[in-house]
Design a protein around this ligand. Structure first.
Ligand SMILES: Nc1ncnc2c1ncn2[C@@H]1O[C@H](COP(=O)(O)OP(=O)(O)O)[C@@H](O)[C@H]1O
Ligand SMILES: [Mg+2]
Length: 232
C-alpha cells in the first residue's frame, strides 16, 4: 500500500505570482525545501509572507507559476484527474487554524469521513478509534465538536488528517486559536506523530513552539532561510 511507504519531500524553485492591480504580486520567488520521512519543520514568517501559499502548493490545493514539488517519485505539480484526487485524499493531510470539523458528526465520524473519498472505508471505524487514542482523546469519540475543547478539536482534526495514512502532514497555524499550554501540547503531539515516518510541516508565529520542532525555516522575501532563535 503506497500510504505506508516513507517518502521524502523535495520542493524546488517555486515561483508564485498572483494577478494584482497594475501587474502581478510575486509571493514566492524561488522557494526550495527538502524534508525526510519523520522530520518536523517549523515555517515562520510575517503575515502575508506566503506561508499558506507555500503549504497550499505542496498540498496541491494551488499551483505554482513555476517550480516543482516531489513527494517520493510523485511530481505533485503535474498531477491531474484521479491521480490528483488520490494525492489530496491519501498522500497529504491538512490541519488548519480552524478545525473544520463538521458540527453534525461525532468526533469518531469526523475522523472516518476522509475514508469515503479515498475509498478506504474497510476497517475505518477501528482505525479511527486507534487514532483517537493515539492523539489522546479516545474518551471523546462520541462527542460532537461543540462539546469539545479547542485542544480536543485540533486533536480530532489531527486524527482525521491521518486516517488515510498520509506521507505528509501540513499544519497551517494549527495552534492559532489555542492558549499557550494547549498549543505546546499540540506541537508535542505533532512531534510524536512524526515518529511514524510522516513529514510534518508546521506554520507558526510562535517561536517557543517552533523550538520544539527539529528544524526552523523563515520565509522572507519569497525564499526560505534557516532561522535560529535569538535567545538560543
Ligand atoms: N488567491 C489569491 N489571490 C491573490 N493574492 C493572494 C491569494 N492568496 C494569497 N494572496 C496574496 O499572497 C500573499 C501571501 O499570502 P499568504 O500565503 O496567505 O501569506 P501568509 O500565510 O504568510 O500570511 C499576500 O499578499 C496575499 O494577499
Ligand atoms: Mg497564512
Amino acid at each position: 500500500m503506497s500510504s505506508s511507504e516513507t517518502r521524502s519531500l523535495m520542493v524546488r524553485d517555486l515561483i508564485k505570482e498572483f494577478d494584482a492591480p497594475g501587474g502581478s504580486n510575486r509571493v514566492l520567488s524561488g522557494t526550495s525545501l527538502d524534508a525526510e520521512a519523520g522530520e518536523t519543520v517549523a515555517i515562520l514568517g510575517p503575515s502575508g509572507s506566503g506561508k499558506s501559499t507555500l503549504l497550499n502548493i505542496i498540498g496541491s490545493l494551488d499551483r505554482p507559476t513555476s517550480g516543482t514539488v516531489h513527494l517520493g517519485a510523485t511530481d505533485v505539480t503535474s498531477l491531474s484527474g484521479d491521480r490528483l484526487a488520490s494525492y489530496r485524499a491519501s498522500d497529504v493531510g491538512f490541519i488548519f487554524q480552524d478545525h473544520h470539523l463538521l458540527p453534525q458528526l461525532s468526533a469518531l465520524e469526523n475522523v472516518m469521513l476522509p475514508t469515503i473519498a479515498a475509498r478506504t472505508g474497510d476497517g475505518a471505524d477501528a482505525r479511527a478509534r486507534d487514532l483517537l487514542e493515539r492523539v489522546g482523546v479516545s474518551g471523546r469519540a462520541g462527542a460532537f465538536p461543540a462539546r469539545l475543547s479547542g485542544g480536543e478539536r485540533q486533536r480530532v482534526a489531527a486524527a482525521r488528517a491521518l486516517i488515510n495514512g498520509p506521507a505528509l502532514l501540513l499544519c497551517d497555524e494549527p495552534t492559532g486559536n489555542l492558549d499557550r499550554d494547549t498549543g505546546m501540547q499540540l506541537i508535542e503531539l505533532l512531534r510524536e506523530l512524526a515518529a511514524d515516518g510522516v513529514i510534518v510541516l508546521v506554520v507558526t508565529h510562535n517561536e517557543e513552539q517552533a523550538g520544539l520542532l527539529e528544524r526552523r525555516l523563515l520565509l522572507r522575501g519569497g525564499a526560505l532561510v534557516s532561522w535560529e532563535a535569538r535567545d538560543g
